[in-house]
Ligand binder design. Structure first.
Ligand SMILES: NC(=O)C1=CN([C@@H]2O[C@H](COP(=O)(O)OP(=O)(O)OC[C@H]3O[C@@H](n4cnc5c(N)ncnc54)[C@H](O)[C@@H]3O)[C@@H](O)[C@H]2O)C=CC1
Ligand SMILES: O=C(O)[C@@H]1CCC=N1
Length: 261
């Protein structure tokens, strides 16, 4: 599959670079168009095929990944509508439903929504693929295999895309804040900043790997760490006092609501 990427910012480039580094795609099969000259130049330097407009890129693609901000989507879709022909549209635009996209480009067009996240760039992404999509079976199979090479793929009904956006789409931001806060606490008590960040990051990575690889419930890991009358249960109580879990649930809910709007 030749993939055209429109919008080579944080997320579009993370996916494309992830595909290349995990050998899910040959770089020669990925075309890029971005309105920002510097971004196109950088992509060219990295070895991607650059196009100077959307239409040329679409002509040379089998599927087109739309990775612009929601505010730029309508103008873009209306501009490319007549040139899409039988190409598959893959949209990662948050909060933008397939029916809306089709109202701009034509209801006969094939659209597959995907909600990705930034760890795609290191092959550790999470991707919700729309199980209600009218993409062809062979296209669904190809995309599933490509995205599986750079992370976890789950087929999810489109009605659940808002919560996926709030949970895994935005999740890296919450996790990054948690890591930063752990590191700040380390610095507060005397650790060097770089050591504190490394230890905090590896603690998150290691805990996640332990849960994934052993299959234990997160609550079991928490209980394993909390010795009776020990140190960790004091920290857990402090987190409960500060409504840590309620705060996280509120965060995902707020992002989910915004995605619905
Ligand atoms: N950043 C993230 O973690 C995630 C982002 N998304 C979605 O991905 C999309 C892109 O987000 P980011 O990469 O963060 O934004 P970004 O601002 O980093 O990248 C967007 C890129 O699109 C370019 N652009 C704008 N209008 C264009 C047009 N008409 N034609 C070609 N290029 C154009 C910009 O120059 C920019 O390089 C958004 O719709 C967002 O909802 C989804 C999941 C996660
Ligand atoms: O904040 C946003 O709107 C996008 C969607 C998910 C992550 N970033």
């Amino acid at each position: 599959m030749r993939l055209g990427v429109i919008g080579f910012g944080n997320m579009g480039s993370a996916i494309a670079k992830g595909f290349v580094s995990k050998k899910a795609m040959d770089i020669t099969n990925i075309g890029v168009f971005d309105t920002y000259d510097k971004t196109r130049e950088n992509a060219h330097r990295e070895g991607f095929s650059i196009y100077n407009d959307e239409i040329e890129l679409i002509k040379h693609s089998d599927a087109v990944l739309i990775a612009v901000k929601p505010i730029h989507a309508k103008v873009l879709f209306e501009k490319i509508a007549k040139d899409i022909e039988d190409k598959l549209i893959v949209s990662i635009v948050a909060g933008l439903e397939s029916t809306t996209i089709k109202s701009w480009i034509g209801c006969d067009k094939r659209v597959l929504r995907i909600m990705p996240n930034t760890p795609a760039i290191v092959g550790e992404g999470v991707f919700a693929l729309d199980s209600d999509s009218n993409a062809r079976d062979d296209e669904k199979k190809t995309l599933e295999s490509m995205f599986s090479a750079i992370g976890l793929v789950e087929w999810v009904e489109e009605r659940l895309f808002p919560v996926v956006t709030g949970l895994s789409g935005g999740g890296p931001a919450y996790v990054a804040m948690f890591i930063e806060a752990l590191a700040d606490a380390g610095v507060l008590h005397g650790l060097k900043r770089d050591v504190a960040i490394k230890m905090a990051t590896k603690t998150v990575l290691g805990s996640a790997a332990q849960i994934l690889e052993t299959g234990i419930h997160p609550a079991v890991l928490k209980d394993m760490v909390c010795s009776p009358a020990g140190t960790t249960i004091e920290g857990v109580k402090a987190l409960e006092d500060y409504s840590f879990r309620a705060g996280v649930i509120e965060a995902v809910s707020a992002a989910t609501l915004k995605s619905k709007k």
